[in-house]
Design a protein around this ligand. Structure first.
Ligand SMILES: [Fe+2]
Length: 187
């Protein structure tokens, strides 16, 4: 699917260049040819805008009311965006693999951090919350295994899936601990 999109993009650029070339046969003052050249120049900017508009931007409404966990969530969003950029721009295997590893490592670190805070403060729903983290890590590990086998292609849709999961988890499950932790004096 991703390959098809790239091929389509290359075909469109190729057609525009050929059409502009033909247009210039009618003279260098042919406005249609210049419009076609303008369209070729705009394509990377449009692609850039599209990739950026698909990225997550931290909003105050994502806050769980505990500064150290908000900091973790901000960092997770940053690493997720970095991973999405590495994937979308075909930045090469090394950068892509590093971005994925960084994201996975930080996700594990953050889950441990959050779980420790919940456990230390006797959060009553600790077990159910931890189950969600464990299930997510298992899922992420499946992505990584698939990546070892199939490479770049295996990552299609992964960033979008992780974005959706993270925001749902923050807004749904994480925010449930806010009042408990704040009553314990955390903020
Ligand atoms: Fe959580």
């Amino acid at each position: 699917m991703k390959k098809l999109k790239t091929l389509l993009l290359v075909a469109i650029i190729g057609l525009l260049v050929v059409a502009a070339g033909l247009g210039f046969l009618f003279g260098f003052d042919n406005p249609v040819a210049w419009i076609l050249i303008g369209m070729v120049i705009l394509i990377p900017f449009i692609y850039n805008w599209k990739v950026r508009s698909d990225q997550l931007v931290w909003k105050d409404s994502y806050s769980v009311g505990i500064a150290q966990l908000d900091d973790d969530h901000r960092k997770l969003i940053e690493l997720l965006n970095k991973f999405q950029t590495a994937y979308e721009y075909h930045t090469g295997e090394e950068f892509e693999r590093k971005a994925l590893e960084e994201l996975v490592d930080y996700t594990k670190y953050h889950f441990d951090h959050e779980e420790k805070l919940l456990q230390d403060n006797n959060y009553p729903d600790f077990a159910a919350h931890k189950d969600q983290h464990v299930a997510m890590i298992a899922e992420v590990e499946r992505f990584v295994e698939d990546y070892q086998v199939r490479g770049h292609e295996a990552l299609e849709g992964v960033a979008q899936y992780l974005q959706g999961w993270l925001i749902n988890h923050i807004n749904g499950t994480d925010k449930q601990y806010t009042s408990h932790l704040q009553e314990k004096g955390l903020n």
